[in-house]
Design a protein around this ligand. Structure first.
Ligand code: MRU
Length: 364
């Protein structure tokens, strides 16, 4: 494999007709051992891919869901069929509800489904179902394309916080695999490197599904960034040893007061960073803010199957009968966050007013 070859996390493969096209994605569960593409031609395949983390990371889940709705509409539109408006909107509603049930925490999933539904509603009574379906595909492609630009902007703002020679730490994977391209937290590292800054990155391996080991260390290595993989339990030590200048992580949902949900273990990293005077930054697009949620205690946290911990990657490491608690995310309180890097700039200090103004794009 050529490590510099550009990879598309997600792509829409045009089969010449709406109903013949499909969603292609990198199956991230197989990385880094195998780079395999998965073609999703049914909405069930898209749902399963999101649920099983074949595609994962908040922005990528949103993009996959937007395309997933289009895949879900296809059975109504085969062979140039023109369904009734009622049948079309019923199927659209079912498709959105079905995909919304795949994973609960990343708000980008719901944001993308809402955006697709709103587009359809705006055309109801003005265009035929076939035309609306085409418009929804255009909207899904727009969500996909916009995310590329958003990641670049996040990277550029975030790189202003990085100095030449810095050693940085990240948790989970908030890279190109978690977005359309380039990432959020990792975008900061890529942009800083492109600006000619020499950096080093500690990647937490991120138990239990090892997104840091399997995906982040792989992405950074492929892009030629100096990366050191550590177990999650080593993060506090490397901070105490003075080896970390700043932490950058992504987010799955940010409440109105700035509390941020991210991969399980992020909260512990933030506590350790506070204890050692290391600035802790969250990098996320505005679509990750959920202003309807007052604070992090209201963010729904996904709990996953205990087998992920008892028998990770097919290797039994605990008694099959033992009880397991497996929340996939935790919430870092706003007071531990030095700044939130968005495509509209950096929110710092992080509090209800500053979050609201940046999320709504108004002046403070
Ligand atoms: O369970 P995952 O792998 O979907 O969790 C992903 C994360 O927690 C990421 O840090 C977050 O979605 C931000 S991705 C830009």
């Amino acid at each position: 494999m050529n490590p510099l070859k550009k990879l598309e996390t997600l792509s829409w493969i045009d089969g010449g007709h709406f109903s013949q096209s499909y969603l292609r994605m990198i199956d991230q569960t197989l990385l880094p051992m195998e780079l395999k593409l998965l073609d999703c031609r049914t909405i069930e395949t898209v749902w399963e891919a999101i649920k099983m983390l074949r595609v994962r990371g908040a922005p990528a889940i949103g993009i996959a869901a937007a395309y997933g709705v289009c895949v879900g509409l296809q059975p109504l539109l085969v062979d140039g069929k023109q369904p009734s408006e009622t049948a079309f909107f019923e199927r659209l509603k079912q498709s959105c509800e079905y995909l919304a049930g795949s994973r609960p925490t990343a708000v980008n999933l719901f944001w993308a489904l809402d955006r697709i539904s709103a587009k359809a509603d705006s055309l109801r009574g003005k265009a035929s179902p076939v035309e609306i379906a085409d418009a929804l595909l255009t909207e899904a492609k727009a969500i996909h394309e916009e995310d590329r630009a958003i990641c670049r902007a996040i990277g550029n703002y975030g790189a202003s916080l990085v100095r030449d020679g810095d050693s940085l730490l990240t948790h989970c994977n908030a890279g190109g695999l978690a977005t359309a391209d380039y990432g959020t937290a990792l975008a900061v590292f890529f942009a800083a490197t492109e600006q000619g800054k020499k950096i080093h990155v500690f990647a937490d391996e991120t138990r239990p599904l090892l997104q840091g080991a399997r995906l982040t260390s792989w992405e950074l290595w492929r892009r030629g960034i100096d990366v050191t993989l550590i177990c999650d339990s080593m993060a506090a030590l490397v901070m105490r040893q003075g080896k970390v200048n700043a932490v950058f992580v992504g987010a799955d949902r940010i409440a109105a007061n700035g509390d941020a949900a991210n991969k399980i273990g992020t909260y512990g990293v933030a506590v350790a960073a506070k204890a050692h005077g290391v600035p802790f930054y969250v990098a996320a697009p505005v679509s990750t803010f959920d202003l309807s949620i007052a604070d992090g205690s209201f963010i729904p946290i996904e709990e996953r199957d205990g087998e992920e911990i008892r028998c990770g990657f097919g290797k039994r490491t605990a008694p099959a009968e033992v009880r397991v608690y497996n929340p996939a995310f935790d919430v870092t309180p706003a007071e531990l966050i030095q700044g939130i890097v968005t495509e509209r700039g950096i929110i710092s200090p992080v509090h209800r007013e500053s979050v609201k103004h940046k999320a709504l794009n108004t002046e403070l």
